[in-house]
Design a protein around this ligand. Structure first.
Ligand code: HEM
Length: 417
């Protein structure tokens, strides 16, 4: 079996979060350029601009002797530092598959500018049509990208069908409630007509998720966020994998009953931080769930507690009336009652009141950092959450990507070529 691609390092800390001169995140700084919708510099350029440049000072020493500038030792040391070390770093990085995009290419905003100039517009048109027809269509599109990225990286494996000898991710238990595959198929068909063999299914998922969440965000649809109507700019240039395994999906996808340690571990294994965990959980501001994902919290929870004591009592009563049986797969529970089609920071208000639907939502209160973020997003201006969400989506979109000569561009998203 092909090995799972390595996740990229977590570059956002210096690329996206505006920092004060002292290096602390400037939480109340205006949204960074890519989130406001302004064009970005290519990632390599941004990275270079922010690289610390004083790596080799003070002067290196050999044994206990200080190496003085101008001496033969100094020349040897600087030659090592300037010429050899970078080569070694590149070698190590390529062995470990580091860099977001570890083929010979990189993700970048506007990857299809020349090869398929209307790619993003086509995705947007079809997502908008789906959302106009059914406003609940946004949430499944956002969730699909997450479920893709957490298993083998963002390379479209969640879209592959099972075959005779292989049960694919799609048919794994945590994925049985995924929807919107038809929207992705429509997008792919339109793109293959416009520019055959150019746009990957993995990128379609990333663009569609961005469009879906943008169309569910009021400040964005009102034109108050960015000129181009996007919550954030999406990087593209991913290629598709050809392996999909239900077992890997079960192993890698977070479970609604996970506690905070497990969640942190799962996110860290994708090079995603505690902040990414707290921010991306805010995706549960939109959409719905089904009873089996949370009903265990409602009855016979432990020998001492009939229901999960971390769940607000009145809320538990209400949910018990909705979920008559843990096996009820038809009743739909709104993530945020009354506002589950609008993407905003309302989720954090619910979680802080112990009204998050899942144990994993409540778990965010069990760690100092994630708890602090829950309270901050509840209290701060919504723009803070929206901006951070864009940055964390970009982070998630870099997990384990295939680029350059790796993988393929699938002709149909459900089948490897
Ligand atoms: C932190 C760990 C997470 C866990 C344990 C989790 C778990 C779940 C579960 C159990 C459901 C409901 C499934 C059902 O019963 O139908 C769900 C729905 C959803 N999740 Fe998550 N999730 C997590 C993180 C995320 C992330 C990172 C995103 C996106 C960035 C996301 C987006 C969504 C959306 C939008 C829905 C609603 C889908 C719909 O309406 O069809 N989730 N999640």
């Amino acid at each position: 079996m092909a090995s799972t691609p390595q996740s990229p390092p977590h570059p956002t800390s210096f690329l996206y979060i505006p920092r004060t001169p002292a290096g602390r995140p400037a939480d109340h700084a205006p949204p960074p350029a890519h989130v406001r919708g302004a064009r970005l510099e290519p990632p390599e350029k941004r990275a270079q601009a922010k690289q610390p440049i004083d790596y080799f000072f003070p002067p290196p020493s050999v044994g206990d002797k200080l190496v003085l500038p101008g001496s033969l030792h100094w020349q040897l040391c600087t030659t090592m530092a300037v010429r050899v070390l970078p080569l070694l770093l590149v070698l190590v990085a390529s062995v470990h598959g580091y860099g977001y995009g570890h083929g010979d290419g990189k993700l970048r905003v506007g990857f299809y500018k020349d090869s398929c100039p209307d790619a993003e517009a086509i995705v947007r048109r079809i997502v908008a049509k789906a959302v106009r027809k059914d406003p609940t269509a946004s949430a499944p599109l956002l969730r699909l990208h997450f479920h893709d990225c957490f298993v083998r990286g963002c390379e479209g494996s969640v879209l592959l069908n099972s075959t005779k000898g292989n049960t694919a991710e799609k048919d794994a238990k945590p994925n049985l409630t995924l929807e919107a595959f038809d929207v992705i198929d429509d997008i792919k068909a339109a793109l293959e007509k416009e520019c055959p063999g150019k746009v990957s299914c993995a990128d379609i998922l990333a663009i569609a998720a961005r469009d879906a969440v943008s169309l569910a965000t009021k400040v964005v649809t009102k034109g108050e966020w960015s000129k181009d109507g996007n919550l954030y700019e999406v990087e593209t240039g991913r290629r598709d994998g050809s392996v999909s395994s239900a077992k890997e999906a079960v192993k890698n996808l977070p479970d609604s009953f996970d506690g905070i340690r497990k969640l942190i571990k799962r996110f860290a294994s994708k090079n995603l931080s505690l902040k990414d965990l707290a921010v991306l959980s805010g995706a549960h501001a939109i959409g719905k769930s089904h009873c089996p994902s949370m009903a265990r919290r409602l009855r016979n929870f432990t020998a001492h507690h009939d229901s999960d004591p971390t769940l607000d009592r009145a809320y538990a009563d209400r949910l018990r009336r909705q979920c008559r049986s843990p096996r009820d797969r038809t009743t739909e529970l709104e993530m945020v009652p009354g506002s589950s089609e609008t993407f905003d920071a309302a989720y954090y208000g619910l979680v802080a009141k112990r009204r998050g639907l899942f144990h994993s939502d409540e778990a965010l209160l069990r760690n100092e950092v994630t708890r602090g973020l829950v309270l901050r997003y509840r209290d701060a201006e919504e723009a803070l959450f929206l901006r951070d969400f864009g940055a964390s989506m970009v982070n998630m979109g870099r997990v384990g990507v295939l680029t350059g000569g790796q993988g393929e561009i699938r002709r149909r998203c459900a089948f490897a070529n």
